[in-house]
Design a protein around this ligand. Structure first.
Ligand SMILES: *Cc1c(COP(=O)(O)O)cnc(C)c1O
Length: 388
């Protein structure tokens, strides 16, 4: 029995998978079971921020596995302290809670916002405004938060207390920001929604409206954060600072992690017994995260990633079949003149290039340390696929 048959015989069929069994990787390339090589423009889904098996990252992770792989959160570990301190000092946030995924980071943010409001104002101020076309995760609560009707099926009843507003429509937001609302949660660039960035003016107005009413702003930077857009946070492109930020995907270089960062104003809201996670802040994940944060915040690294994002855009514009390009830095959405994004992704795979899709677009989330040569080689394949 081959791997795919074995896999499908035992793993629930919850994904439309591509027909490739990936076996090992190094840098920005990986090989499948048959030895076929692929250039990686997807980084998992933006998780392998330093590519496959970066040496320093792998050394840090392996050393931690051989020292202390896990203990419960009823004890302290130095590696969690080091990582938390690095994350807080890099970002300017006061405190962090660690979970294991983006959805968990958002669950924490949602609980934190509701408790902040409950502690200060009592019951009834529990609603959270999220945007139409957003994506916040797959747990029942984060699915409920997700502003896409197509996700609101089968699993009834959903979690109450989420109100959707139209992105970039400040009047719609105003009309929904009543005394029942404790927080507004946004992605600066809707990733799963098709790599769609919010307007700067809308974001600035949203922040000031929320500040006036003591409504917390939660920014879901699970996809946009940790350097993906050429800045550590996409917030830096907008010149704003949210009360709560969530991170996950690329934060630990491909090891499961989620982080919910809180500003001074709300960093003491979650008290002992009100939140927790068995694996959250796991030492191996923290060692991976520390290795990522060291590289990503080294002088010049993010400037270089931003330049490569520009290079991608320049080169993509020259390819006929590319209608428009969205996103920022190394978060790239490609609207096609014609053809189906998933078909294009399949054809890229057949020729040795891994790409992602988001709605009707091809989506690229390449490793942040990709080289110009690798970009050229990957784009050559992409061009061949689009121009046949
Ligand atoms: C991927 C993603 C999530 C969910 O992360 P998981 O790790 O899959 O739970 C949440 N929000 C955004 C913006 C994402 O891109």
């Amino acid at each position: 029995m081959n791997t795919i048959e074995k896999f499908n015989g035992s793993v629930m069929h919850t994904y439309g998978r591509f027909n490739a069994v990936l076996e090992k990787g190094s840098g920005r390339c990986c090989t499948d079971e048959s030895g076929r090589e692929y250039i990686d423009f997807g980084s998992g889904i933006g998780t392998n921020s330093l590519g496959f098996c970066d040496n320093d990252w792998a050394d840090a992770v392996c050393a931690q596995v051989r020292t202390l792989q896990h203990n419960s959160n009823y004890y302290y570990t130095k590696v969690q302290a080091d990582f938390a301190e690095a994350l807080c000092s890099t970002t300017g946030y006061s405190k962090v809670f660690f979970g294991n995924s983006g959805a968990e980071a958002n669950e924490c943010a949602i609980k934190l916002a509701r408790k902040y409001s409950f502690d200060k104002y009592g019951k009834g101020r529990h609603n959270i405004i999220t945007l139409k076309n957003s994506f916040h995760g797959r747990t029942l609560c984060t699915l409920s938060a997700t502003g896409q009707d197509s996700f609101h099926n089968y699993f009834f009843p959903f979690v109450e207390g989420f109100v959707n507003a139209e992105a970039n429509n400040i009047d719609d937001l105003k009309s929904k920001l009543d005394e029942t609302v404790c927080a507004v949660m946004i992605e600066f660039i809707q990733g799963e929604g098709g790599v769609v960035a919010l307007d700067e003016e809308y974001v600035r107005e949203l922040f000031s409206l929320c500040r006036e009413k003591d409504v917390l702003v939660i920014t879901d930077e699970v996809q946009t954060g940790a350097g993906r857009t050429g800045k550590f946070f996409a917030a830096e492109h907008y010149g704003v600072h949210a009360d709560i930020v969530t991170l996950a995907k690329g934060l630990a270089g491909g090891i499961p992690i989620g982080a919910c960062l809180a500003d001074e104003k709300c960093s003491e809201v979650l008290s002992p017994g009100t939140h927790g996670s068995t694996f959250g802040g796991n030492p191996v994940a923290c060692a991976g995260g520390l290795a990522v944060i060291k590289k990503v915040t080294a002088p010049g690294f993010l400037e270089e990633a931003a330049k490569k994002g520009e290079y991608f855009r320049e080169q993509l514009h020259k390819i006929s079949g590319v209608k428009s390009i969205s996103g920022k830095g190394l978060m790239i959405g490609i609207e096609l003149e014609k053809g189906d994004a998933h078909d294009i992704a399949e054809k890229c795979l057949e020729r040795g290039l891994l790409v992602l899709t988001a709605k009707t677009k091809v989506r690229l989330l390449p490793p942040l340390n990709i080289t110009y040569d690798e970009i050229d080689r990957g784009l050559k394949i992409f061009k061949e696929v689009l121009e046949v």
